[in-house]
Design a protein around this ligand. Structure first.
Ligand code: WT7
Length: 571
């Protein structure tokens, strides 16, 4: 395969000389792109929105090109600046201050973006929650963050817990409703009377901006805390990796409930001032191709799970559309199979560029650059300014081609600054000056990184991170379930699926109906993507003598693999 050949539609890339850039680069070089470099006044909302709104050449450019089955809207930078000013005034009126946590639980409708930047303009910290979360998932996150305001829609309100949230003072409802207690604020009404002018709260680069909850192998989801400084790396990668240029139309398919949907669905494109396509609703291959065609998308950032669906829809589906505007395609979230890269070259005449990073890293770290050779199956090489390596469990680097912990030298601009309320969890990521990712990988002689798997029990299903502990906790809340063990089982389209093993309490009979009932219990209590797609009864769950579930052993049984060291297994 001739992947070195650059397609006719590529060529003039923002980052040309990778090797030289790595040698000479300094993060301070990026600062000149920000207004705070001269004014000293910092706020992400200013750089991503207001700065363009104040520029006569850009203010009428479409910032957000929104479409859903029932609604279409184009919103300019100036309009977004005004609507987020209004929202900031609403928050101010209800005493929201710098550092407060304000959460959003709503679909990605235009009001989301006004509210999101309104939050940042007050200096408060935004917490976007994925629309598919159910009550337990929402309660955990609002409790841990001690959020004081939640913005949601009447449709989703039924899933918002009504008790056990002592810090939650106000709920802002976007859409028609009949709630009239003091807790509720009507979005439309307040926005109408709010001033379109707002004196933005200038912050420090190191002040809090965003919390994303993400799953680990133990405990409840953790609040990964990001600061305004992340913009430096988000801007740089928008330039080098997304290869965005003035006048581009860009589409990122991720929901802002996940980090890809904020870092690259909001910040990166708008820091670069390009038009951002946002699509609501569920996708079919026809919707994907149709959107690329209709909006003349130039740069597309998506996930392997979507690309695998397109692949199985066949090449005919692509050929029905005019995709000649498409110049650059990228992927993130799970391993990008080499056959998908090969197929992409046939179907689109373009290479698909894999990128690796995590919620905790805030921005891309290891990537396939548009100007570099691609090795299908490899995540690529670290961006300029980033030192990546493979280390052993003591944090010592290992030679090329040897597997180990994928690790990053501490201290890049977009790195999380804390795990909310949990300093020891934060500390546990770092060994000997390295941030240890939890992924295993190796690096070849030429510096390309190759993903091997997760080293912990975290499950990656269709690009979404699921913590087995969270699912196990929910399972045992069901009256019939005594114990539960949850693993990720390999799956051709979804990467992994959630599989649960359960034991029953006295007086309950094993049946398919019961399995389905328990599955629904997780689905409606936690979220659809965390609900086990496969379940099985077992007579006992293997545990260590200290009582830890041995998921590794469950997985070996499931896959028919040797069970390895079982010396710590309980009798
Ligand atoms: C985990 C992070 C921020 C991106 C969205 C996911 C896996 C991510 C790749 C890739 C293989 C990947 C890793 C990582 N992952 N990108 N290109 N190839 N695996 O963010 O939910 O925080 O998950 O996703 O296992 O640790 P996340």
């Amino acid at each position: 395969m001739e992947l070195q050949k650059i397609s006719a539609r590529q060529g003039n890339h923002n980052l040309q000389n990778y090797e030289k850039m790595r040698e000479t680069f300094n993060w301070e070089d990026i600062q000149k792109n920000f207004s705070w470099n001269e004014t000293g006044k910092v706020n992400m909302a200013h750089e991503a929105v207001d700065r363009h709104a104040q520029n006569p050449d850009k203010k009428n450019q479409v910032a957000l090109s929104y479409s859903a089955p029932d609604r279409e809207e184009d919103i300019t930078f100036e309009q977004l600046s005004i609507s987020s000013n209004r929202f900031a005034n609403v928050l101010k009126k209800y005493n929201v201050k710098k550092g407060d946590r304000i959460f959003l639980f709503m679909p990605r409708i235009p009001e989301f973006y006004a509210a999101f930047f309104g939050i940042l303009k007050t200096g408060a910290i935004a917490g976007p929650l994925f629309e598919a979360f159910m009550e337990q998932a929402i309660r955990d996150r609002l409790q841990d963050s001690e959020a004081s305001v939640l913005i949601t829609t009447p449709d989703l309100l039924g899933r918002v817990p009504q008790e056990d949230l002592p810090d939650l003072e106000k709920i802002i409802l976007v859409g028609d409703h009949n709630e009239n207690s003091d807790t509720y604020i009507d979005y439309q009404e307040e926005m109408k009377s709010a001033s379109p002018d707002f004196a933005i709260e200038w912050v420090e680069l190191e002040d809090g901006m965003l919390i994303h909850y993400t799953s680990g192998s133990t405990g409840k989801p953790k609040g990964v805390y990001h600061v305004h400084n992340a913009m430096i790396q988000q801007y740089a990668t928008a330039d080098w990796v997304l290869d965005l240029k003035e006048g581009d139309v860009y589409w990122c398919t991720a929901d802002p409930g996940w980090v890809t949907g904020t870092s690259y669905g909001i910040f990166a494109p708008w820091l670069k001032g390009v038009t951002n396509v946002v699509r609501g609703g569920r996708f079919t291959p026809e919707d994907w191709y149709g959107t690329l065609d209709k909006y003349n998308v130039n740069v597309w950032y998506t996930a392997p799970t979507a690309l695998r669906k397109l692949l199985s829809a066949g090449e005919e589906a692509v050929k029905k559309h005019d995709l000649s505007s498409l110049r650059h395609m990228l992927s993130v979230g799970e391993p990008l199979n080499p056959e998908v890269v090969t197929w992409g070259l046939d179907a689109f005449g373009l290479r698909i560029h894999d990128t690796w990073w995590m919620t905790e890293t805030g921005a891309q770290l290891i990537v396939n650059l548009p100007s570099e050779e691609i090795r299908p199956g490899s995540m690529g090489k670290p961006i300029p300014g980033i030192e990546a390596s493979i280390v052993d469990n003591e944090g010592n680097e290992v030679p090329p081609n040897q597997m180990g912990n994928l690790a990053i030298k501490e201290g890049w601009p977009a790195m999380m600054r804390a795990v909310w309320n949990n300093p020891s969890k934060f500390e546990s990521y770092f060994i000997n000056g390295w941030y240890v990712s939890g992924d295993s990988a190796y690096k070849d002689e030429d510096g390309y990184f190759w993903f091997q798997g997760r080293l912990d029990d975290v499950i990656n299903t269709s690009g979404e991170r699921v913590g087995p502990f969270e699912v196990e906790s929910k399972l045992i809340e069901h009256q019939a379930v005594a114990e539960a063990g949850v693993i990720g089982k390999p799956h051709p389209e979804r990467g992994e699926i959630v599989k649960a093993f359960i034991t029953l309490n006295e007086g309950h009979e094993k049946s398919d109906e019961l399995l389905e009932e328990v599955r629904q219990f997780v689905k409606t209590g936690l979220s659809a993507h965390a609900a086990p797609r496969e379940m099985e009864f077992t007579d006992s769950i293997p545990k260590t003598r200290s009582g830890k579930i041995m998921r590794r052993l469950l997985k070996s049984w499931e896959l028919g693999l040797p069970t390895g060291d079982t010396s710590t297994l309980e009798e």
